[in-house]
Write a protein that binds this ligand. Structure first.
Ligand code: NAP
Ligand code: GDD
Length: 327
């Protein structure tokens, strides 16, 4: 019999790649969406458009325990991938309260609903390298202490601790993936990589003159989302549930990302990138670099895309996007 997966945040970047991955593995895929997504499907379900007929969507709210209980009870999934979250770090400085509410309570409600109504369900929590924040060690591994620098990071540390505690207290199969930044042509437009590749395409087609960015010196360990969703599934399909860092082990600055993206269309980033001080964050995570030896060894996971291939994939997709959509 085919397995059943339930994904929160199915409309997002990772949700869409994970859905494709699980469908290929013959899973029945269920997703939790906000009600507005069903009302305005054309706009809000764009990442799932090509596979909508193959999945089942349930309207529910991460802020409502009752609505989550209903779906867990009805679907009784083998695996839950909890990806739904206010995921934009910069916005978490502007709306601390709703970020904490959605990210912490949402995680707690799902864990509690699984414990009460479907305790055999395996649970994946989308942890983040933002939890390392002002890093205590280079590179960062599962053993590195956390020092979050944003309310988003704080909410992910709380989710990570809740997940560990449910595993230890109730003997549930729960894991956190501590995923470093991962990008793709399906990345939201507000994140720096997509902001850059979309602007590169618009500048190339004469639709935009320059590109305003904040801290060009921030360094990230950037991978491809397609590689990272594979790791989520691997974590839920082991004998023993554990937490894993997922990263490439290579680090590049925002400046290096921009330089390469502009070069790929024959332009010099220095002529177009303008620094805008109000795009700097009140407390910045300056440098992230992951050590994923544990995942390489125990999950036999490694990324297929390198940095150049990631940037090239995004630039190519945005050239096609701007040409087709005209914006
Ligand atoms: P994303 O594209 O921003 O997707 C976020 C998803 O969460 C969307 O489906 C969104 O639904 C949903 N969501 C947001 N607020 C919600 C709310 N109040 N109620 C219900 N659903 C809500 O994020 P992603 O890049 O796929 O990341 C997936 C998860 O991994 C997130 O938890 C993120 O924090 C975490 N993570 C991401 C990265 C990365 O580099 N991408 C790294 C580490 C961890 P709508 O479509 O309705 O807005
Ligand atoms: N978004 C954005 N926009 N970031 C900029 C800009 C800009 O104009 N200019 C410079 N940056 C810098 C940010 O200050 C940050 O240091 C870096 O680029 C990356 O920013 P984002 O792309 O917004 O990602 P993030 O690292 O803050 O968070 C992402 O990765 C986390 C994992 O480490 C998100 O996907 C989180 O959800 C995820 O947990």
């Amino acid at each position: 019999m085919s397995k059943k997966a339930l994904i929160t945040g199915i409309t997002g970047q990772d949700g869409s790649y994970l859905t494709e991955f699980l469908l290929k593995k013959k899973y029945k895929v269920h997703g939790i969406v906000r009600r507005v997504a069903l009302e305005d499907g054309n706009h809000r379900l764009w990442r799932l458009r090509h596979i909508l007929k193959k999945i089942t969507l349930h309207p529910a709210s991460l802020e409502s325990y009752a609505s989550l209980v209903k779906i867990i009870t009805r679907t009784k999934p083998d695996e839950v991938y909890h990806l739904g979250a206010q995921s934009y770090v910069d916005y978490s400085f502007k709306d601390e309260f709703s970020t904490l509410n959605t990210n912490i309570n949402g995680t707690h409600y799902i864990l509690s609903a699984i414990k009460e109504f479907s305790p055999k369900t395996k649970f994946y929590f989308a942890g983040s390298s933002e939890m390392f924040g002002k890093v205590r060690e280079v590179p960062q591994s599962e053993k590195t202490p956390f020092y979050p620098r944003s309310v988003y990071g704080i909410s992910k540390v709380a989710g990570y601790d809740l997940t560990r505690n449910y595993r230890e207290a109730y003997n549930m199969y729960c894991c956190s993936g501590i995923l470093f930044n991962h990008e793709s042509p399906r990345r939201g437009f507000e994140f720096v990589t997509r902001k850059i590749t979309h602007a590169v395409a618009r500048i190339k087609f004469g639709l935009q003159k320059d590109l305003e960015l904040g801290n060009l010196d921030a360094k990230r360990d950037w991978g491809h989302a397609e590689d990272y969703v594979r790791a989520m599934w691997l974590m839920l399909n082991q004998r023993v549930p554990k937490d894993y860092v997922i990263s490439t082990g290579k680090q590049f600055s925002v400046k290096e990302f921009a330089k390469l993206a502009f070069e790929l269309v024959g332009l010099d980033y220095k002529k177009y990138v303008k620094i805008q001080k109000n795009l700097y964050r009140p407390s910045e995570v300056r440098s992230l670099l992951g050590n994923c030896n544990k995942a390489r060894k125990e999950l036999n996971w490694k990324p297929k895309y390198n940095f150049k291939e990631l940037v090239a994939d995004m630039v190519k997709a945005d050239l096609e996007f701007v040409k087709k959509e005209g914006y």
